[in-house]
Ligand binder design. Structure first.
Ligand code: RP5
Length: 163
């Protein structure tokens, strides 16, 4: 019997500097009890690592890939070109153009290789985790239950009147 650890979601990012945003993905997946792994994979600085990661993702039992990138953000698109596993791109809010360049690079994929795109920054990182949970919930009852609990808690937390 294999004791190899398997993951449902892979959270990858182009740089250590992306982690202050991408750690919110991890936090949400932890709350939802979804197995995940976190890696630094850069399309331009570690292209071989990116290639191996994407090519092995199916074999490694990954259901969804969340890829965070800032600055001319080609990482999610390149990963999506190498695997059929759904890729959600998180545009990181960079110093120069406030992440708008990343948002456009990720969202404006030409036809043929889609990348699901979420909002710039922490909101996007949180939503990427929730969207990955929705995708997994189609075939996983426990994740469906945990996602619904999370949503109900969010609903209950909204006050009826402002104070
Ligand atoms: C991209 O370039 C990374 O995703 C990061 O958002 C950006 C800047 O990287 P560092 O110069 O901070 O390592 O590859």
């Amino acid at each position: 019997m294999s004791h190899k650890k398997t993951y449902k979601v892979a959270i990858v990012m182009g740089s250590q500097s992306d982690y202050s945003t991408m750690k919110y993905c991890k936090k949400v997946l932890k709350i939802l009890k979804i197995k995940h792994e976190t890696k630094i994979v850069s399309a331009h600085r570690t292209p071989d690592r990116m290639y191996k990661f994407a090519k092995n993702s199916e074999k490694n039992n990954i259901s969804v890939i969340i890829a965070g990138a800032g600055g001319s953000a080609h990482l999610p698109g390149m990963i999506a070109a190498l695997t059929h596993i759904p890729v959600i791109g998180v545009p990181i809010e960079g110093k120069k153009l406030k992440g708008l360049d990343s948002l456009l690079s990720i969202a404006q994929m030409p036809k043929g290789v889609p990348v699901g795109t979420v909002a710039i920054g922490i909101d996007g990182a949180i939503n990427a985790a929730l969207l990955s949970a929705s995708i997994i919930s189609i075939s996983d009852k426990t994740v469906r239950k945990n996602l619904n609990l999370w949503r109900n808690k969010q609903t209950r937390s909204v006050k009826k009147k402002p104070s």
